[in-house]
Ligand binder design. Structure first.
Ligand code: CTP
Length: 442
């Protein structure tokens, strides 16, 4: 059964028992914004949890995520079914909340625990009536993020990141009082996984991810989780190459240009992390020499800083590997293109990159409109050549063993040699002969 139909059937049964069911949260907000949202959350009012459980049993197997939280789901359905509740912080951790489930608290009180007015809208599942207890419709119209309740808002530090995340996804402004509240919240108690969850939404679901970081900067909230980005603010660059301004401004532009390539790149999240951190090395290397600003070697010297930065909020190893691999290469594509370098040289760079095509897209995001069409064409043509070379048959370890070599300590050096011939486009027969001759010399 479709989730909407299921919601309606449940709502009908709840109505027969004297209660009401509402769509709540992002589902209602996105419906009103005309944005697709497949995550359905419903809230059941006016019947007891026991009655709700009985009703849910008519539709399948209710799964309860801890009865005390008043949140259920049904096996096989990706839908959250909650009962109204009050939440009160009893500590600083994100799980330190006292939860008081009360199906009879009324619509306004139930909506009070929500973060922003636009997320506190409710829609009656059966009649479609919109219940707007805190002015969410007006705020949606004016594109404003405003907290629902000042007292409870500050109890959940994640809301600072959520404010920045929604600001970037929907291009909403953060209302002044809400921004002031956000300024005073301590984010250090958040678990990194929750920080990453909001960051991912900003990087992958927004077409202006820079707003996530500029909003945090305005709220003085880059300082804990993203402190290295704060160091980019005011970090000067040579105006000849970077007329846009300091390294922070440049990084923000790269992010916004980068997200235009998300549908093309192989690893979207890692790609955006590369956009975010590729120039952190400038913090360590920027210096003025004879009146010109340089940051020699920033693409290599910044790797330790990037590792520290990313490890603070990600537990995923693959994006880290990707960024550490691609950062040292990030300026290579355009220097190869400017020099019209040999196929061997472009192949070597592509071969070093974990995702060579992503490297090209990154360099386009980095260069922006300074990228010349003939250079872009050059890079994609060279990438095609690289792919074509990689599809050809080549000398493998088994070929060398068959030809009489032993897999001893020199073997990997010999294989490296064969690989270089492959990158130079030498055909397999010739490459095998040359490799065996090289092995003999060794
Ligand atoms: N919510 C909240 N405070 C939080 C997290 C969630 O008040 N720290 C409430 C909001 O009303 C939110 C709803 O719970 O709309 C659902 O949260 P979630 O699924 O995390 O986000 P959505 O608002 O649905 O947005 P999206 O999933 O599109 O990011």
């Amino acid at each position: 059964m479709d989730k909407t139909v299921l919601s309606q059937r449940i709502a009908q049964r709840v109505k027969e028992e004297g209660g009401r069911v509402f769509y709540v949260g992002g589902f209602v907000r996105d419906f009103l914004l005309g944005v697709e949202n497949k995550d359905i959350d419903i809230e059941v009012h006016g019947i007891t949890p026991e009655k709700l459980k009985e009703i849910l049993e008519e539709f399948g197997e209710p799964l309860s995520f801890g009865k005390s939280f008043g949140v259920y789901s049904l096996r096989g359905y990706d839908i959250d079914i909650a009962m109204p509740r009050r939440e009160r912080a009893i500590g600083k951790g994100h799980r330190d909340f006292e939860i008081d489930v009360d199906p009879f608290i009324g619509l306004k009180e139930a909506a009070r625990r929500r973060d922003f007015t636009i997320n506190a809208l409710m829609k009656d599942v059966l009649s479609g009536e919109i219940v707007d207890s805190f002015g969410g419709l007006e705020d949606l119209k004016n594109k404003v993020l405003r907290c629902v309740d000042e007292k409870t808002f500050v109890e959940d530090p994640l809301r600072v990141l959520r404010a920045a995340q929604f600001a970037s996804r929907f291009r909403f402004s953060i209302e002044e009082r809400t921004r002031d509240l956000c300024k005073a919240i301590d984010l250090s108690t958040l678990h990194k996984s929750r920080v990453e969850e909001e960051l991912k939404k900003a990087l992958l679901k927004s077409d202006s991810p820079s707003v996530f970081f500029t909003s945090l900067l305005e709220m003085d909230q880059l300082k804990y989780w993203f402190r290295e980005l704060e160091d980019l603010v005011g970090l000067r660059q040579d105006p000849l190459y970077h007329p846009e301004g300091d390294v922070f401004v440049h990084t923000m532009e790269v992010l916004d240009r980068g997200c235009a390539y998300l549908h093309k790149v192989r690893e979207p999240y890692a790609f955006m992390l590369l956009c975010l951190s590729h120039d952190l090395g400038k913090i360590l290397t920027t210096e003025e020499i004879d009146g010109r600003i340089h940051s020699y070697g920033h693409e290599i010297k910044g790797l330790g800083l990037i590792r520290t930065f990313l490890n603070r909020f990600t537990e995923e190893k693959d994006p880290l590997k990707y960024v550490l691999n691609m950062t040292p290469l990030h300026m290579r594509p355009f220097s190869l293109a400017a020099a019209r370098s040999s196929v061997k040289s472009t192949n070597r760079v592509f071969d070093e990159a974990l995702q060579p095509e992503d490297l090209i897209y990154f360099s386009l995001a980095d260069k922006g409109d300074k990228a010349k069409k003939e250079e872009i064409d050059f890079l994609f043509r060279r990438y095609e050549i690289y792919r074509e070379y990689m599809e050809r048959d080549y000398v493998k370890g088994s070929d060398l063993i068959e030809a009489g070599l032993k897999p001893d300590e020199k073997f990997s050096q010999i294989l490296d040699y064969a690989h270089k011939l492959r990158l130079a486009g030498v055909n397999k027969d010739a490459a095998l002969k040359q490799t065996l001759a090289y092995a003999k010399k060794l």
